[in-house]
Design a protein around this ligand. Structure first.
Ligand code: 5GP
Ligand code: ZN
Length: 113
């Protein structure tokens, strides 16, 4: 997708610190971390959010999350983590390519909103 920052990161046009890549996703370090560890899981296919997501894309995303669950130790998340996906204005989504924030590496606050 033209003019999508995350598509450009995925195809290498914009540099990023990649911590993992496979055929379905890239996991990068967030450029503006909001926790000791702040990663972004980016599906390689472009779609804006879960409302735009097809069932096939949902299936792939579930596989990505399962894969993530197998990598927590190597990512430094063995003591727990939080997954967040912002959607739309009230959710403060700023990039229109679905992504899951992965936050951890320290004790997080108990409020989410
Ligand atoms: P959102 O606000 O849409 O939920 O999350 C977008 C996230 O992307 C933000 O946490 C922001 O710091 C991150 N971000 C925006 N541009 C870049 C970039 O060029 N590189 C990286 N690594 N992260 C970015
Ligand atoms: Zn995109």
């Amino acid at each position: 997708m033209e003019n999508c920052i995350f598509c450009k990161i995925i195809n290498g046009d914009i540099p990023s610190e990649r911590v993992y890549e496979d055929e379905n996703m890239v996991i990068i370090k967030d450029v503006n971390p909001q926790a000791a560890i702040h990663l972004l899981l980016l599906p390689k296919e472009h779609y804006a959010d879960i409302e735009e997501m097809t069932y096939a894309q949902a299936h792939t995303l579930a596989e990505c999350v399962k894969k993530l669950s197998e990598m927590t130790k190597q990512l430094g998340l063995e003591n727990g983590f939080r997954l967040v996906s912002n959607k739309g204005k009230h959710g403060c989504q700023s990039v229109g390519h679905l992504h899951i924030h992965i936050l951890g590496g320290e004790q997080l606050g108990d409020r989410m909103g």
